[in-house]
Design a protein around this ligand. Sequence first.
Ligand SMILES: CC(C)(COP(=O)(O)OP(=O)(O)OC[C@H]1O[C@@H](n2cnc3c(N)ncnc32)[C@H](O)[C@@H]1OP(=O)(O)O)[C@@H](O)C(=O)NCCC(=O)NCCS
Length: 337
Amino acid sequence: MSLPESGRVYIAAQIERIRRFSARKKIVFPEGGDSRILEGAGRLAAEGLVEPVLIGKPAAGAPAGLTFIDPADSPLTQKYARLYSERRRAKGITQLEAAEMAARPLWFAALMVNAGDADGTVGSAVYTTADTVRADLQCIDMRPGFRRLSSVHIMAVQDRRYGHDGLLAFSDAAIQVEPSSVELAEMAIATAHTARAVLDTEPHVALLSFSTKGSAKHPLVDKVTQALRYIRERAPELHVDGELQADAALAPAVGQSKAPGSTVAGRANVLVFPDLNSANIGYKLVERLGNGALLAVLFQGLAKPANIVSRGCSAEDVYTTAIITAVQAEGVRAGAT
Ligand SMILES: CC(C)(COP(=O)(O)OP(=O)(O)OC[C@H]1O[C@@H](n2cnc3c(N)ncnc32)[C@H](O)[C@@H]1OP(=O)(O)O)[C@@H](O)C(=O)NCCC(=O)NCCS
């Protein structure tokens, strides 16, 4: 699938953006032995975009500019074992268990990010999403005020009239299966922060449903309108509206006729889906039927960037995800996310 122009323009702009940072971001890759990681990280190093740190033994014939750390003989492992054992004290973990966990690549990378020894991590090219999420939840602090990790898919579509110049944030197509209205509200606020940081635009958040502004009555619709009430209490400054059908959220004419007066209808750039079913199906339809492209999957709700690629990823996906992770890390540093 070729990348829509919106995606190419966006990535080129992010490359320019990270070149202007005062220092290159250090991005840690737990799966340092994977050929796609080696290729993607090699390109990032060659272009001077980020400082890649790969977990694992130095690979023979690896591209130049990569730092390898092998937890089996790194002095950092002891430090991270200590940090891990402090974090997990309430779970009754022994020193030996902590040392064993800290040496695992996913845990080592997450602890490295939480300790501030790296600015972000990109994993899950080899390990499963569930294992990666577990490592992140155990090792990285939650962002203050947030209780749940959720994910956002950054999508590029062909028609640049949609979203922010053809870019949209979809949540949550990977983690939370059946969010409650409180969880939906938190997810929407987190996605707005992420969109502000990585899309560099004012978020307009649509809470999606099969109903628009009371056109249908159902407990599933009530869940969304309840989420809207929570968001308005917690983040009154946010442009958010719901419940909205996808066409009312995206198309100005439909938005105007179905939700007149809404500041979001017809101009949404953040789509919050009511559950994992609809979000996951939705982004794949955009990819397949709409020739859209997934640029990156980012986690949110954590205090530091920890993101994933899929196990079917390419070196290009690794490259793009790391660039967006560096942008997200700058947002964390500047307190913008
Ligand atoms: C975390 C996850 C990956 C599963 O892990 P799990 O170990 O089975 O999770 P559990 O439900 O047993 O919870 C384990 C702990 O993590 C916490 N947790 C689980 N999900 C969490 C989230 N999204 N945010 C914060 N904490 C979470 C639980 O509260 C629990 O905490 P505790 O140990 O203090 O009680 C879960 O989010 C998941 O399975 N999501 C679906 C992912 C998926 O299948 N995606 C495929 C589509 S791409």
